[in-house]
Design a protein around this ligand. Structure first.
Ligand code: ASN
Length: 596
């Protein structure tokens, strides 16, 4: 209400005490506003009949009496209650960075133990944030710890194009008790939500701020209740609050914030265990089930000697159920490194990377509710990193070059969307990508790069082409592929090396033969210098080396720097087997097919 604001200002300047006036109006002092949604949880519970249950209409009154969480004097001086028209607005003492955080508590009715929460409650929280988004700088959600990781994950997906911090917190011990963690947790959450533009749904607990979709509750009896096994905290709040800005998600959109409260309820979590029956798996996957997180062993493994089980999974994915493979391990990622993992991919499962089961489940619920997407698009979305919930597995991305995924990921992370920019990126990345593919012998990746218009003949900053690299590594198939797709055997890198000299150096006979067949040859200078090399190989008895130089076209009679030939050197050092070998090689060479 614009008419009310001047009234607060008058009150500010009429403050009489110098000290107070300083603390209230010191230059640079800013105010920020945080909305606190109190949904319940232990933080606001009291004992009834020896068990803890939420107590309604009690939290604000009790916070008002805690000086670390409310500065009553400032509230009076600034007519806080009149200004905000409610007794539910409180104000923190001045922060270290001279900020006043004014927070308004909206209490839900009924307050819930978080074990009682459902997707409807997530929707309600989402709607309240959407309704109030413009009026606050940040949001704190007081929530029970038991299902906080689920709610945090769900909200992270539901909140699309988020630009402000949403921080969930709660406690293990009620705030009304003498020794409790509620006060610190609430204070930390408010300080972060009120002072830092972290465009994420986060979870603050025991001095740490985590990405909400990366946490899991790991301890029922300690203040340190949460862990984020696969992602370092976004911030730590000790003497100072230090934000790990490199990890914080970067807003990469020009679209407006909105909350998608449509959620699919036909989702579930299924944990594998030794001896699980195919009957129970079948029962679990029955309609109306549409999305399942399968919690597998280790790096995403399941028995590969259980055709009955695999058949049930395959039947479900064939009929359109999306099954995401997540590991039962606290830390680590799903990868297709074992046969026992590959069988699940063959059964149509989607690799969940390092997502927590909580994140994977709520992501399924969010993605499956997207009415405009078909099944394929939903599956694709499940494998994408939407809100920092998973690390894109670069090993996997390499394997996925067949659909240009790697380039797309890079382009997306750079927020590039127009065609020209995308092409510029592609061209800049082509040499390192093609060389990397050549190094690991990945013909599919090269094919994919070629399909997207990449020139496979371009060299990197050292002028080394994929053909140089494949020749060094001895990847015959890649050499073959490159030669039949425009690669030149004559290109020299900045050191003057050709693919042929590389293949000779690393002694890949097959590659040398193929390059020679294609017309590769040593230069005059190289052939002249070869004499000295042959002599030294002969002196050391290196038959393999002699053979490869011979295959590459070197003249075995070429004398070294001192005028002696390799045969003469071998005789001089009495290496009879070398002499015999050279004679044999020379004999072969004079044959019609050149011995190659
Ligand atoms: N049962 C409580 C809840 O999740 C646990 C807690 O908040 N510490 O609501």
């Amino acid at each position: 209400n614009p008419q009310v604001r001047p009234c607060r200002r008058r009150k500010l300047s009429s403050c009489s005490s110098v000290e107070r006036s300083d603390s209230v109006t010191s230059p640079g002092a800013g105010e920020s506003r945080v909305l606190v949604l109190n949904t319940g949880g232990t933080i606001g519970m009291t004992l009834h009949d020896n068990v803890l249950a939420p107590k309604a209409n009690a939290l604000v009154q009790s916070l008002r009496k805690l000086p670390i969480l409310h500065d009553e004097l400032y509230a009076q001086q600034t007519s806080l209650y009149e200004y905000y028209g409610s007794e539910n607005s409180l104000v923190l003492p001045l922060s270290k960075s001279n900020k006043r955080i004014i927070y308004t508590i909206m209490e839900y009715s009924p307050l819930l133990d978080s074990s009682n929460m459902t997707t409807d409650d997530w929707g309600r929280i989402g709607k309240d944030i959407e309704k109030n988004y413009q009026h606050y700088d940040g949001f704190v959600i007081l929530h029970g710890t038991d299902t906080m990781a689920y709610t945090a994950s769900a909200l992270s997906f539901m909140c699309e194009h988020l630009g402000k911090p949403i921080v969930l917190t709660g406690s293990q011990v009620p705030i009304y008790e003498l020794k409790n963690d509620g006060r610190d947790n609430l204070l930390g959450a408010l300080l972060i939500a009120g002072q830092f533009v972290i465009p994420e749904v986060c979870l603050y607990f025991y001095n740490k701020l985590y990405r909400g979709n990366r946490v899991t509750k790991v301890d029922a009896g300690s203040f340190n209740a949460f862990s984020s096994p696969n992602l370092a905290p976004l911030a730590t709040a000790e003497v100072d609050i230090s934000i790990n800005w490199d990890t914080v998600w970067r807003a990469n959109t020009t679209a407006k914030f909105q909350v998608s409260t449509e959620l699919n309820r036909n989702v579930g979590l299924l944990r594998l265990f030794p001896g699980i029956t195919s009957l129970s798996v079948r029962a679990f996957l029955q309609p109306p089930m549409q999305g399942v997180v399968l919690e597998t062993y280790g790096s995403g493994n399941a028995p590969d000697n259980r055709p009955d089980l695999l058949a049930e999974l395959k039947a479900a994915t064939d009929s359109g159920v999306i099954i995401v493979n997540c590991t039962q391990c606290l830390r680590g990622t799903v990868s297709a490194s074992y046969a026992t993992g590959k069988v699940l991919m063959d059964a149509g499962l989607i690799a969940g990377g390092d997502m927590t089961p909580e994140a994977a489940l709520s992501k399924l619920s969010y993605v499956l509710a997207k009415k405009t997407l078909d099944l394929q698009a939903k599956k694709k979305m499940m494998a994408q990193n939407l809100r920092g919930e998973m690390n894109i597995d670069l090993e996997g991305a390499k394997l996925c070059l067949s659909n240009s995924r790697f380039i797309q990921i890079i382009a997306k992370s750079l927020s590039i969307s127009c065609k020209e920019e995308l092409e510029a990126i592609r061209d800049a990345l082509t040499p390192p990508l093609t060389c990397a593919a050549a190094r690991i012998g990945d013909v599919d990746a090269l094919e994919a790069l070629k399909e997207m218009g990449s020139n496979l003949c371009l060299g990197d900053y050292d002028g080394r082409t994929p053909l140089h690299v494949a020749a060094c590594e001895g990847h015959l198939k890649v050499v073959q592929y490159l030669l039949s797709h425009g690669a030149s055997v004559y290109v020299k890198d900045r050191y003057g090396d050709t693919p042929l000299s590389n293949a000779v150096r690393f002694r890949h006979k097959d590659v040398v033969k193929l390059l020679r067949k294609t017309g590769a040859h040593f230069s005059r200078d190289q052939l002249e210098e070869a004499g000295t090399e042959l002599c030294s190989l002969a002196a050391s008895g290196d038959l393999d080396g002699l053979e490869i130089w011979c295959l590459a076209g070197a003249d075995l009679n070429r004398p070294g720097y001192d005028g002696k030939t390799a045969v003469e050197v071998a005789e001089a050092v009495n290496k009879k087997e070398v002499v015999a070998f050279l004679v044999q090689l020379m004999g072969k060479k004079s044959m019609p097919n050149g011995g190659g």
